[in-house]
Ligand binder design. Structure first.
Ligand code: NAD
Length: 365
């Protein structure tokens, strides 16, 4: 039963869609629209069971409510999943059918790319609906052209957040000589490394993709280390930018850095690892606070904001993190718990009279 599902958490709306002709089976979950229309990625994944797909979409959708509220965006939280193998089952007809599913919700949910979908897939869905995002070519926030890829903005936001953590811990945001270990130098991690290098930091990097690793070594003078060593190096900051659940029973006791600040989603293996980091004296920049640059970028694409609007908003990530760190110190609660509380304050404040109201859908043009 869905209403009693452990991950249900007061979702406003769930929509199941099946298109026999194209084989599309999709679910759209809208967690909360009190701040605005729900925006989140459309993931295509070969879930082993329907239950797995439901669990994933519910968790991801709720996470988007928290991320957007914490970033002070007029957006709600939602997510969609397509059940299937993106390498085998993705066809133009299936993506167009997904576009019809999106259209049927009239803009209450807006889809962006996620694992298993690309900007070109979103453009195909866009033949059937306006409610897709992250696909427009426009000037990027740093002056270079953007094709809709949010990674440069995510990397800049992570850099700003990392600086706020350094300022809080060491009393200065001068990064000269700061030692940083980066796990994963892909789209976000490499750009973060470049910002850090320009600010005078010393870098240690790892990646399972040797081309990416080589690029960081050659272009940025970073020191390559093995994947198994990266989290336990004697550095000031560890920046996980590859995959989730890396802060766990095994890694936390072995950390030598006093700050963890990276872009990867769902860094904590279990909720109690938030407290475990605090007990170890590690300042943790909650992932959904520090990696909000991408959703900020997509929001301004939808609302027609300028590159300067994007930059100014992304820079508020530093203020939000400082507020989290200070409140954590005052209350003794770990930073992840504080980030959740702050996000709830920000979306519950808007709740009265809101939620799936058409007049709130100001961002679907
Ligand atoms: P990416 O795939 O471009 O980069 C990830 C890199 O990590 C790749 O180079 C990959 O080879 C490497 N990697 C994977 N497993 C590894 C391992 N075990 N050890 C070392 N390296 C490993 O992805 P990305 O877009 O840079 O995103 C990185 C993380 O940030 C992801 O968790 C993503 O969900 C999160 N994130 C990204 C964005 C964005 O705008 N791209 C926004 C928010 C959050």
């Amino acid at each position: 039963m869905l209403f009693s599902h452990p991950e249900f958490d007061h979702h406003e709306h769930l929509s199941f869609f099946c298109d026999a002709e194209t084989g599309l089976k999709s679910i759209i979950a809208i967690h909360n629209t009190s701040r605005g229309p729900a925006l989140g990625g459309c993931r295509m994944y070969p879930y082993a069971t329907d239950e797995e797909a439901v669990r994933d979409v519910l968790r991801l959708s709720r996470g988007m409510t928290y991320k957007s509220a914490l970033a002070n965006l007029d957006l709600g939280g939602g997510k969609s999943v397509i059940i299937g193998d993106s390498r085998k089952h993705k066809t133009e007809a299936l993506l167009e059918a997904m576009g019809r599913h999106l259209e049927s919700l009239g803009g209450h949910y807006i889809a962006a790319e996620d694992s298993g979908t690309s900007v070109s897939d979103l453009k195909i869905m866009g033949r059937q609906t306006r409610h897709v995002a992250g696909i427009a070519s426009r000037p990027g926030f740093d002056g270079t052209p953007s094709n809709g890829d949010p990674s440069p903005v995510t990397a800049y936001g992570t850099f700003i957040g990392l600086k706020a953590a350094v300022k809080h811990r060491f009393g200065s945001s001068d990064l000269t000589g700061l030692k940083v270990a980066i796990q994963g130098v892909g789209n976000v991690g490499f750009r973060l490394a470049r910002h850090l290098k320009q600010a005078g930091a010393e870098l240690w990097v790892t990646d399972i993709h040797t081309d990416n690793l080589q690029r960081a070594v050659e272009e940025l003078g970073a020191t390559a280390v093995s994947s198994s060593d990266i989290l336990t190096l004697p550095v000031d900051v560890v920046a996980p930018c590859a995959m989730g659940a890396v802060l766990n029973d095994h890694s936390i006791p072995a950390l030598k850095a006093s700050i963890v600040a990276g872009a990867a989603n769902n860094l904590l293996d279990r909720p109690e690892h938030d407290e475990a980091l605090k007990r170890r004296g590690v300042l943790y920049a909650p992932d959904f606070a520090i990696n909000a640059g991408g959703i900020i970028d997509v929001f301004y694409e939808r609302t027609g904001g300028s590159p300067d609007n994007v930059r100014a908003h992304v820079e508020t990530i530093g203020d939000t993190l400082t507020e989290i760190f200070e409140r954590s110190e005052r209350t003794g609660l770990p930073t992840g718990t504080i980030a959740n509380e702050l996000a709830e304050e920000r979306f519950k404040k808007h709740a009265a009279g809101a939620g799936l109201a058409p007049q709130r859908l100001t961002c679907t043009g």
